[in-house]
Write a new protein. Sequence first.
Length: 174
Amino acid sequence: MHDKIAGKTDKFELLVARASTMGAIETIIVHPCEATALESAIAAAKAGLIIPIIVAPQRKLAAIAASIGLDLTGIELIDVPHSHAAAAKSVSLIRAGRGELLMKGSLHSDELLHAVTDREIGLRTERRSGKYLSRLGRQTRYCSECHRPAYRPETRRTARRHSIGRRNGYTEDS
C-alpha cells in the first residue's frame, strides 16, 4: 500500500516540476477562505506555478492567514463582501484580461459556475459553452461524492416508472 502512495507522490512531483518549467501564470483565486485553500494557493505561488490575485473578504482572509501563520505581503488582494461577490468580481477580472486562470477556493462550485455562465458578466463565447460547463459540474460532483456519479439513468427510469404507476392507480403495496 505504501508503494502506491509513494508512486502517486512521485507522479505529483513530476507534474509540478513540468509545470514549473512553463513559468508562473497570473491566477485569480476565488474566495480561499479556509486554511487549506489559502495554504494551497500560497504553496503554488511559492513553487513558482502561479502569480496569485486573491479575491475574498479582507478581514476573513487576514484572520485565516494569521491563524495558520501565513504572510500575505506582496500578494494582490481584492476585497469583496462575500463569496457571490468574489465569484462575480473574479469572472470580471478574467474578462478584463487580468488573469489567465480561475482557481476555485472554498466557495461552493455552483456559486462560481453561476458567475462563469451568467449571460451578462460570464465567460461566454460564440460557441455554446453551457454543455461543457455542465459536464464540468457533473465531474466536480462526481469527484466530491466519493466516486458516485451524480446522474444515474437507472435511477431516473425507476422514478419515472413509479410516477407512471401512481398515475395509473397502482401503489407500492399492489
